[in-house]
Write a protein that binds this ligand. Structure first.
Ligand SMILES: Cc1ncc(COP(=O)(O)O)c(C=O)c1O
Length: 369
C-alpha cells in the first residue's frame, strides 16, 4: 500500500480535512454509516427480526475474537472501554492486604476504575516514571507476592509508547497476578494476540482503531478466568438457563456472563462492517502502512527540530506520534484553522496517521508547523 488515495472515498471527512486524530476517534467510514442506517431501516420498516440481530451479534463476536486471537466465548459486549474495565475490576476477588499496580500516566478511564477499589480497602499502587513516560521497569518493580493484578494500556494515549506486554505478562504470572489491558489505542492498528501475549483480560471501545462509533465495545476475558469470576450484574442474558422463572443464577460458563440485557444492535451492525473493512485492508497491511507513515512523520518533525516524545523504534510504538511545541493549544488552534485534525496534549501535539492518510498530507503538516 504505497501512497494511496483510494481509501479517501471510504472516509469522506478526508476530502476537506487532513485527519490525524485516530487516538481521539476514527473518521466514520462510509460502509459503517451505511450498515448502521441498514439497522435503523430494518427497525423502522419491518416488525424487527430480533433473532437475526442476535445472530448477527454472534457473528460479530467471532470476528472480534479472530481479530485479537481469542475464542468467541471469551468476548463480552460492553458499551465502551471504561465499562469493560469496571466490569472486570469489580469482580476480581481482593483480600485485605492485596494490592494492584497501575501507572499514574494511564488514561483516566484506566486509572479511576482502579482507584475506586480503594473504597474496598485495596492497596492501589500508582506508579510514576520520570517525565511523562510509562516504563515497564517502574511497573514491574511495584509488583510483589500480594499483587493481584496489573492494569496497563497496550499503547499509551499520551506518549504513544507501546509496552512489551508479553514480558509484563510473564512478570505478573510469576507472582500469580493478572494482566489487565486497556487495548483501545492498539486494536485495529497493530496486530495483538491476547493468547500469545498472555493477557488475562482486555477492554476495548470501538471508536478508534476499530473505525466505528462510540457506544459499543468489548471485554476479552480468558475463559477459565471468566468461569471463576462472579459478575457484579445479573440478567437473563448472563445466565445459562433460558427458563424465565429460574431462581437459580447459573451464570454462563464464559465471558458472556458479563453481558446484561439487550445490546446495541445498531452499533453491532456498524462494528461488523468496520471489522470487515479492517479485514479487507488487512491488519498487517495497516500495520505496515502505519509504520511507514509514522516513520515519515517522525523524520519530518526531526528535520524541523521539533522534539519527538514518542519512542523512535517501531517495537516501542504504534500509530501515535507525540511531539513537543511551545503553546500546544495555540498551535492546535492554528492547525485546526488550516484544516488539520489532531489533538493538543500536555506539552505538545498528538498526530495519528492511519492507512487513509498519505505522505503528502504529512508533508503539508510539517510545512504548516
Ligand atoms: C487509553 C484509553 N482508554 C480509554 C479511552 C476511552 O474510554 P471509553 O472507550 O470508555 O470512552 C481512551 C480515549 O478516549 C484512551 O485513550
Amino acid at each position: 500500500m504505497n501512497e494511496n488515495r483510494s481509501w479517501h472515498g471510504e472516509f469522506p471527512v478526508t476530502r476537506d480535512w487532513v485527519y490525524l486524530d485516530l487516538a481521539n476517534k476514527a473518521p466514520l467510514p462510509r460502509r459503517v454509516k451505511t450498515a448502521w442506517e441498514g439497522f435503523l431501516n430494518e427497525m423502522h420498516e419491518t416488525p424487527g427480526p430480533k433473532e437475526a440481530w442476535k445472530n448477527r451479534l454472534e457473528v460479530l463476536r467471532h470476528k472480534i475474537a479472530t481479530l485479537i486471537g481469542a475464542r468467541s466465548g471469551e468476548i463480552a459486549f460492553t458499551k465502551n472501554t471504561s465499562e469493560a474495565l469496571n466490569i472486570i475490576a469489580q469482580c476480581i476477588p481482593m483480600a485485605p492486604g492485596d494490592n494492584l499496580v497501575v501507572h499514574a500516566r494511564e488514561h483516566p478511564n484506566n486509572l479511576h476504575t482502579w482507584l475506586h477499589l480503594r473504597s474496598k480497602g485495596v492497596d492501589v499502587r500508582v506508579v510514576e516514571s520520570p517525565g511523562d513516560d510509562v516504563r515497564l521497569e517502574d511497573i514491574s518493580s511495584a509488583i510483589d507476592l500480594s499483587t493481584r493484578l496489573v492494569a496497563v494500556s497496550a499503547v499509551s494515549y499520551c506518549t504513544g509508547r507501546k509496552l512489551d506486554l508479553k514480558t509484563l505478562a510473564g512478570l505478573c504470572h510469576a507472582q500469580n497476578a493478572l494482566l489487565i489491558v486497556d487495548g483501545v489505542q492498539a486494536v485495529g492498528t497493530v496486530r495483538l494476540n491476547v493468547a500469545d501475549l498472555g493477557i488475562d483480560a482486555m477492554a476495548c471501545g470501538s471508536q478508534k482503531g476499530l473505525l466505528c462509533t462510540h457506544g459499543i465495545g468489548f471485554l476479552y476475558c480468558r475463559e477459565d478466568l471468566a468461569r471463576d469470576l462472579t459478575p457484579v450484574y445479573a440478567a437473563r442474558s448472563s445466565l445459562a438457563s433460558h427458563d424465565f422463572a429460574t431462581t437459580h443464577l447459573d451464570f454462563l460458563p464464559d465471558a458472556r456472563r458479563f453481558e446484561h440485557g439487550n445490546l446495541n444492535y445498531g452499533g453491532a451492525y456498524a462494528l461488523d462492517a468496520a471489522i470487515d473493512l479492517i479485514a479487507d485492508v488487512g491488519l498487517s497491511a495497516i500495520e505496515t502502512r502505519v509504520k511507514e507513515l509514522t516513520d515519515h512523520l517522525i523524520g519530518l518533525l526531526e528535520a524541523r527540530g521539533l522534539p519527538v516524545i514518542t519512542p523512535r523504534t517501531w517495537e516501542d510504538r504504534a500509530g501515535i506520534v507525540v511531539f513537543g511545541v511551545d503553546h500546544p493549544l495555540r498551535v492546535h488552534a492554528d492547525l485546526t484553522a488550516k484544516k488539520f485534525v489532531l489533538s493538543a496534549v500536555e506539552g505538545g501535539i498528538r498526530a495519528v496517521p492511519h492507512f487513509y492518510n498519505n505522505e503528502s498530507e504529512l508533508e503539508a503538516l510539517a510545512a504548516a508547523l
